[in-house]
Design a protein around this ligand. Structure first.
Ligand code: XMP
Length: 517
């Protein structure tokens, strides 16, 4: 594998993903793993990630020089670059030029391996206070920026490379090429990793983890849980039971679609549980977003526990209890729930931060290090129908986090009707693949005055939140055609009782998030 050594913050998984985009297998390891252990994995190359520390700060993660002397190609990024410089006898210090965000790198070494085939000036994304002031002996300095005299170096003979900026983020114009040059030219690797390999590898890992055990999978009909279910089914066959929870927070037609599309394609064993009253009761009187999310996360687990008992109870000879719970958790869910090293809790995704403390299941989360588009590729490999693979994301907590205020049966009816209209019109306009998703939100505690049918109304606003995104970590609002917006607005205000206004959310992420709660 290409090992990505995680020095903290949110970068390591993104780097691993960029390595996979170069068609190479990658694995993230913590910086606390010893050099001997890392080398025992026989890495084809090593990438040292950025991180929040200063190389000289007390307790800063250290870099064992043995890793640099083993003949394995190494690429240091940001903190990893500085740690490399430090370990090899260079100097790291305050360059006086803190750089955050975009800057221009000038490539000063025309024969460079890292920058082969690239323009001499490139826009790069920086985030550093310290910098390398003197490159280690044997290293050729390849680039500088206004704030960093040594912004990149390389020694192709020892296969050691590094850059101060972040090639993994899209704001670095040639970042992916720099990484590819390291992997293919600098390290001399062959790009052979594909979605098929990825699927196979993950299936194997699931097989190992579950062994002879049994599992249930919460199947929502969305991309993530469907791909996770297909993967686990491939690994353990009929020792997997899927549970579709109707929590009453679903959109119109959801349950039917799961049965039609997924079960038909996979033949998986499906149990449908109607738990809508249970969720509504648990949510009664609650309007705080995090509280709602945690309640929903907890109730999901309670339903799965009951389902697991029922499955075993229904059998005459039940040697094995169901001890594994499969979830389609993705990497962005983990990061936003504060699960990344040093990451802040933005919101508790129901399947990560929303899990109850007394969870009895062992979790199986084969997609935990992947991003959505990778999950889609893997899904296609596993034979998940395109109608599911290309579905827009819909959050597990469903309409529960799209009603701003308390969730009630009446409010769910209103939102469900408005959401259906928006989806129908977006589909009719052929826009489904152009937008990432379009949450429809009910501002249940807000009222405004309207005039409908010559009379005064005092109804609720519906918010349309169409967004474009690559991986849900960042997003922009989608510029939908005005005539489509007009049609949606007309229909919602005409057809949905209690709604007399439709508004458009024109906020990117950041600063907004995609969902309102
Ligand atoms: P935010 O609102 O954080 O959403 O910008 C990012 C993506 O995640 C989805 N989302 C969730 N998905 N459980 C899920 O399965 C959750 O608790 C959850 N919260 C948000 C959201 O729809 C978007 O695609």
């Amino acid at each position: 594998p290409v090992l990505v050594v995680d020095f903290g913050a949110q970068y390591a998984q993104l780097i691993a993903r960029r390595v996979r985009e170069c068609a190479l297998y990658s694995e993230v390891v913590p910086h606390t793993m010893s050099a001997a252990e890392m080398l025992a994995k026989e890495p084809a190359a090593i990438v040292l990630s950025g991180g929040p520390s200063s190389v000289y700060a007390e307790g800063a993660p250290s870099l064992d020089v043995a890793l640099l002397e083993a003949g394995v190609p190494v690429f240091g990024i940001c903190y990893g670059f500085q740690a490399m410089a430090d370990a090899l006898g260079g100097t790291v210090g305050h360059t006086g030029g803190r750089e955050y965000g975009n800057t221009t790198a000038t490539i000063t070494h025309t024969e460079s391996v890292l920058f082969a085939g690239q323009p001499a000036e490139q826009n790069v994304w920086m985030s550093h206070g310290d910098g390398v002031t003197e490159a280690p002996a044997g290293m050729t300095v390849c680039a500088r920026t206004p704030g960093a005299p040594v912004a990149a170096f390389e020694d192709p003979a020892r296969k050691l490379f590094g850059v101060q900026w972040h090639p993994e983020v899209l704001h670095s114009a040639h970042g992916q090429e720099v990484l590819r040059n390291f992997l293919l030219k600098g390290a001399g690797l062959e790009a052979t990793w594909t979605a098929a390999n990825m699927a196979e590898e993950l299936v194997e890992q699931v097989r190992e983890q579950i062994g002879e055990g049994r599992a249930i999978c919460g199947l929502s009909g969305g991309v993530d849980s469907s791909v996770a279910a297909a993967m686990v089914q491939k690994a353990i066959g009929d020792r997997l039971t899927c549970v579709f929870v109707d929590h009453g927070l679903l959109r119109a037609g959801e349950a039917e679609q799961v049965k039609e599309d997924f079960v038909a394609a996979t033949g998986v064993d499906l149990v449908v549980v109607d738990a809508s009253q249970q969720f509504l009761d648990a949510l009664a009187g609650q309007s705080d977003p995090e509280t709602k999310r945690k309640i929903i996360g907890r109730e999901f687990i309670r339903v799965f526990e009951q389902a697991a008992r029922d499955i075993v109870g229904a059998e005459s000879s039940s040697e094995h209890p169901v001890e594994f719970l499969v979830q389609g958790t993705l990497y962005p869910d983990v990061v936003e729930s504060g699960g990344g090293t040093g990451a802040a809790n933005i919101k508790s995704h129901h399947n990560v931060g929303g899990l109850p403390d007394d969870l009895q299941f062992t979790l199986v989360e084969p997609l935990r290090s992947l991003f959505k588009d990778e999950v889609r590729q893997v899904g296609l490999e596993l034979g998940v129908p395109e109608a599911i693979v290309w579905r827009q994301p819909f959050p597990g907590p469903g309409l529960g986090i799209r009603i701003i205020g308390e969730v009630t049966a009446e409010r769910l009816e209103i939102l469900r009707a408005a959401d259906l209209i928006a989806r129908e019109e977006l589909t009719a306009a052929g826009l489904d693949r152009d937008i990432w998703q379009c949450p429809v939100v009910l501002l249940a505690d807000v009222r405004s005055v309207g005039v409908q049918g010559d009379g005064r109304t005092y109804g609720h606003p519906i918010v349309l939140r169409p967004v474009s995104s690559e991986d849900a970590m960042t997003a922009d609002w989608t510029r939908l055609p005005y005539d489509v917006l007009a049609k949606i607005s007309n229909r919602i205000t005409n057809e949905v009782a209690d709604v007399n206004r439709v508004v458009l959310d024109v906020t990117s992420k950041p600063p907004g998030t995609i969902e309102w709660e």
